[in-house]
Design a protein around this ligand. Structure first.
Ligand SMILES: [Zn+2]
Length: 479
């Protein structure tokens, strides 16, 4: 409560003076940077190299330990990356494992990894006082299992994401520590200035979010990519990758694919939705956006300036997945949220933004009202089934580890997320609704916003919907 009051007072004073930009706050440069140099070796399915992390302590207290998430270790033996229904499509060669081995942490006094393998704690040589910057250079080897997953060696392509240590987000004076979870994306990260120099066999192509400079030396190809203020830096690699490009205003939209029979259609969905979201929510703010067709056991996965979509998508589902993932460029890459405890915040908003896009573009044949009604029916069906099984818990707001499985996760986070934002739109009206989301985007771009900060943007736009959010998030509302 104190945190909200402390934030609201100056914000309200600012709102009185500049009512259309009432959520805006001064932009800060990221306090974190990653400079990664790595090589990928197909014969051992290993990415090896070093990751230089710098962190500026912007908090009020001295720090002695920096915690890093090790996303690749979700694929270690003993952990589970995908819910059982997706496992056959993911583990195409049967169960096998991978993970990251951190060999050294130069600049740290010592480091240790927890039993699950999710968090590496680096003890600093001396306390890091406010305003000071620490630098740690990790040497690592990340082994990718044979899996169709957001990081892994798939049947056709290699998804290289989460292969390096990621500093846990620092918020309200403490680091947010995530556990691994099968449902959703348990990998919240702060924006950081990222560079990646990735060396590959000459025969490999690569898809990146940022513009890549290429050079060839000693029979290998090195790509150098820069992504400022990015939540991650990821790539799709493979032989025989095809590319098409288009423009959305000044932004180059690239589609990298292997066997999409209608690549122009997929590229058009990416280009049109990127342009529309930019006009509706605020400028995309980067020179390039890339969609890559690759191996995933489900629809898609979002990264900064890069979306992965599954090769196994049916033609009629492809545009919906592309548009949903493109919306994540605003509700994930730009405005971050606590993906572990509040998955609805970016997923519900991305799904709802996609419904709005299709409502405004009738040529796709996906109506707004029919989408909302389908989500309402899906929620009711879920509650009928779960109520019959004795599960009455309707909370949308809960840690990923408290969803019983993909059916509950899908129903409460995506379907009910769409219903929530539809009700907010009904109460606010279109003008205030989109004004609030533009202010949310403008005020929290590059940051991690709480649910209270999201609903406060609607209040400041003139729509009092806090009670509505509360009733959905705590599970009191009946759809
Ligand atoms: Zn999503």
């Amino acid at each position: 409560m104190r945190k909200i009051m402390a934030f609201l007072l100056p914000a309200l004073l600012f709102a009185a003076a500049f009512p259309l930009s009432s959520c805006a706050r001064p932009k800060a440069r990221p306090r974190i940077s990653y400079a990664i140099e790595a090589e990928y070796f197909p014969e051992t399915r290993t990415a090896a190299g070093e990751c230089r992390v710098t962190f500026r302590n912007d908090g009020g207290d001295a720090l002695s330990v920096l915690p890093f998430l090790l996303p690749a270790n979700i694929l270690r033996e003993g952990n589970s990356a995908v819910p059982a229904p997706y496992a056959p499509a993911a583990y195409y060669k049967g169960k096998n494992y991978g993970g990251i081995t951190v060999l050294s942490a130069e600049g740290a006094e010592s480091f240790s990894v927890n039993a699950e393998g999710s968090v590496l704690s680096a003890a600093l040589k001396e306390e890091l006082f406010p305003g000071e910057t620490a630098e740690i250079v990790f040497r690592f080897e990340t082994c990718l299992p044979e899996i169709n997953y957001r990081f892994g060696v798939g049947e056709r392509a290699v998804n290289l994401a989460g292969f390096y240590p990621v500093l846990c987000p620092f918020r309200d004076g403490e680091f947010l520590l995530c556990s691994f979870a099968e449902n959703g994306d348990p990998y919240a990260a702060e924006c950081a200035d990222c560079t990646l120099a990735l060396t590959l066999p000459l025969s490999y192509g690569a898809a990146f979010g940022g513009r890549a400079e290429e050079s060839v030396s000693e029979g290998k190809r090195t790509f150098r990519v820069t992504l400022p203020s990015a939540r991650d830096i990821a790539a799709v690699l493979g032989e025989g990758m095809l590319k098409k490009e288009a423009k959305a205003g000044d932004v180059t939209v690239e589609y990298c694919y292997f066997d999409d029979p209608s690549p122009e259609k997929t590229l058009a969905a990416a280009t049109e939705s990127l342009a529309w979201f930019g006009e509706t929510f605020g400028s995309y703010g980067r020179e390039k956006y890339c969609v890559a067709e690759t191996d995933l056991p489900y629809g898609g996965a979002e990264f900064t300036a890069l979306s992965m979509i599954s090769r196994s998508l049916r033609a009629e589902d492809r545009a919906e997945v592309v548009v949903h993932e493109t919306a994540h460029q605003w509700w994930y890459a730009k405005v971050g949220s606590d993906q572990f405890n509040e998955a609805w915040q970016d997923e519900g908003l991305a799904e709802f933004s996609a419904a709005c896009f299709f409502g405004a573009h009738p040529a796709y044949g996906i109506g707004y009202r029919s989408t909302v009604e389908a989500c309402e029916n899906a929620c009711r069906a879920y509650f009928t089934v779960s109520g019959g099984l004795g599960a009455e818990d309707r909370r949308m707001s809960r840690p990923l580890t408290e969803f019983s499985g993909p059916y509950e996760y899908r129903s409460l986070v995506y379907d009910e997320g769409v219903v929530l934002f539809d009700r907010v739109l009904l109460v606010a009206g279109e003008k205030k609704f989109y004004r609030a989301l533009r202010n949310y985007c403008n005020g929290y771009g590059g940051r991690i916003a709480s649910p209270a900060e999201l609903s406060a943007c609607f209040r400041r736009a003139g729509a009092n919907v806090e009670g509505l959010f509360e009733s959905f998030l705590t599970g009191k509302c009946v759809v």
